[in-house]
Design a protein around this ligand. Structure first.
Ligand code: ZN
Length: 109
């Protein structure tokens, strides 16, 4: 079972106490964006086997949204952090790089 640490209330919550909110760190496009950019924002999502950044809500706890960096293959959690973060913080990047030195940051670099 997946267990995530809520960065707001400090509880280690099982996945039954959480609600998944999809991919984190999406680039949002405004009214002047092209149709392709807006379509990509609405419909295109990553589905990696390995490191992934996700939005989660502590639904049966404090109710707040937060972000998690985890491995989808092993359920290893690298970090959880504030949902008001536009990119993975330096300490999260360091934790991932220490455990997955060959992983590519791709469009998050
Ligand atoms: Zn919480």
């Amino acid at each position: 079972m997946l267990t995530l640490h809520c960065p707001y209330c400090g509880v280690d919550a099982d996945e039954t106490d959480l609600h998944a909110g999809g991919e984190a760190h999406l680039t949002r496009f405004g009214p002047g964006a092209s149709d392709d950019d807006f379509e990509g924002y609405l419909f295109t999502r990553k589905n990696p086997k390995g490191v992934h950044f996700e939005r989660w809500r502590h639904a049966y706890g404090c109710g707040k949204w937060f972000l998690a960096a985890r491995c989808t293959a092993t359920l290893e959690v690298f970090a959880t952090y504030s949902a008001q973060t536009v990119a993975p913080p330096a300490d999260v990047r360091a934790a991932i790089t220490a455990k997955r030195p060959d992983w590519s940051w791709g469009d998050l670099s």
